[in-house]
Design a protein around this ligand. Structure first.
Ligand code: BGC
Length: 429
């Protein structure tokens, strides 16, 4: 309680420095200590076992402060269904306290007059500006106003390999495209589904992210971020679709519609050899009691070792009635605490959204992820994920999804997919 009194005193002082500009609301007034018995309603798509466990870290933290939790789960990785539900809530004037939102979608909410909260009071008091990396702040802030609290950094260019299945191939973890194919062939020959995959557009886009990056950082930037027509329609993109077609041939027949965590389960149980997926997959391995190096191996997708295709889950805070704001600020503050960032991300499989959190409690894959992120940030190796709305706005992302998933499901040949990609992006621009 003493700590809270201090925090609220600091907030009261900080609120004198009103840095608000633009369409977002003025900073919420400093909450009174007694009003901390509020409730937060939180919309998210964390419905797998490990995601639920990570969310519990936040729920319990808030409950210990007297803040109750109303859960609004909307399943579907990538968050497309969650965004549809969120839109309905906002347009009917019934905003939740906070919602999990990714990348460019955050910018879209920020542009809607009066929709989002202004967190500057607490962000200034707690000095978020000096600890959150620029790549994340680019989405958490709108015209100088903090509107979201980043909870993690994930990346999508990972492969999760069953250790026993890898050992049975007699090989080591692949470091090039050719080696990857050799390992997949050997796993197939050993009677496994070599590649565990969930046939949903966003999951195909995750593989696509990694394959594009494996053909060069410059190519990823020009095609996925700059949306350069020559890169989208050129020889390298044809090679991307060839590789996607090759990877497709290692997937079992029942992949259609499968959730990502079910695909992770196939690798965990040794029914499949590997999964190309973001590091939320590691959360599932850990939840199942599996250990890196002993039970599974984590590698960057071959050819992407010096790059991080990143995304960050952020809780956008919405403009809600004044009486509910203290609980909302308590949630934002709890998310940004270094201790919470460590505890949460150890369970979630991700990296802290603050640069000052020690990697002590993380396993070897987590330590690698933290080091990779720091290195990529310094060496121009950090690129937003197309699959997760950090490379381009939703219209472009969805246009690419259609082509990528159409190709994966045999609607387009490699050559047709390249042509369609150019057309789809041009139409969505
Ligand atoms: C989110 C992750 C989540 C994954 C699967 C991604 O869009 O950023 O936090 O674990 O979807 O649900």
């Amino acid at each position: 309680m003493k700590l809270l009194t201090l925090l609220f005193a600091a907030l009261a002082l900080a609120s004198c420095d009103n840095t608000s500009k633009d369409s977002t609301n003025t900073p919420a007034a400093a909450p009174q200590e007694s009003s901390l018995s509020g409730n937060v309603e939180v919309l998210h798509w964390w419905t797998s076992g490990s995601e639920g466990a990570a969310l519990n870290v936040l729920k319990e933290d808030l409950e210990s402060q007297g803040v109750t939790w109303s859960d609004m789960p909307v399943s579907g990785g990538g968050g497309d269904s969650a965004m549809t539900v969120l839109r309905t809530r906002i347009t009917s004037g019934n905003a939740p306290t906070a919602a999990q939102v990714l990348g460019y979608d955050i910018k879209d909410w920020a542009k809607i007059n009066g929709a989002v909260a202004n967190l500057n009071t607490i962000a200034n008091a707690e000095n978020w500006d000096s600890v959150v990396p620029e790549a994340l702040k680019n989405f958490s802030k709108h015209n100088g106003v903090w509107i979201a609290a980043p909870v993690n950094v994930h990346s999508s260019n990972w492969i999760w390999i069953n250790k026993e299945a890898l050992d049975a191939t007699g090989g080591r973890a692949p470091t090039s495209w050719d080696e990857l194919i050799l390992v997949l062939d050997a796993m197939k020959a050993n009677g496994l589904t070599a590649l565990a995959h969930g046939g949903q557009a966003w999951q195909e886009a995750v593989i696509f992210d990694a394959v594009v990056m494996s053909l060069g950082k410059g190519f990823y930037k020009s095609s996925m971020i700059d949306l350069d027509t020559r890169a989208l329609g050129g020889a390298k993109m044809l090679e991307v679709f060839r590789r996607m077609e090759t990877l497709r041939s290692y997937v079992d027949d029942n992949f259609s519609g499968r959730d990502w965590n079910i695909a992770s389960g196939m690798v965990i149980e040794g029914k499949a050899g590997m999964q190309i997926q973001g590091d939320w997959a590691k959360g599932e391995f850990v939840k199942a009691g599996k250990k890196p190096e002993e039970d599974f191996v984590c590698i960057r997708f071959p050819g992407t070792e010096d790059a991080v295709v990143f995304l960050a889950d952020q809780f956008v805070m919405f403009d809600i009635k004044d009486s509910d704001k203290p609980a909302q600020l308590a949630m934002a503050s709890a998310i940004m605490k270094p201790k919470f960032q460590s505890a949460f991300n150890v369970v979630k499989g991700s990296v802290p959204a603050r640069l000052d959190v020690a990697d002590t409690d993380f396993d070897s894959c987590g330590k690698k992820a933290i080091a990779d992120f720091a290195k990529a940030s310094k060496n121009n190796g950090l690129f937003g994920s197309l699959a997760h709305g950090h490379a381009a706005p939703a219209a472009i992302k969805n246009a690419m999804y259609d082509v990528i998933t159409g190709h994966f499901n045999g609607v387009y040949s490699n050559e047709e997919a390249v042509k369609q990609l150019v057309i789809a992006v041009a139409a969505a621009k």
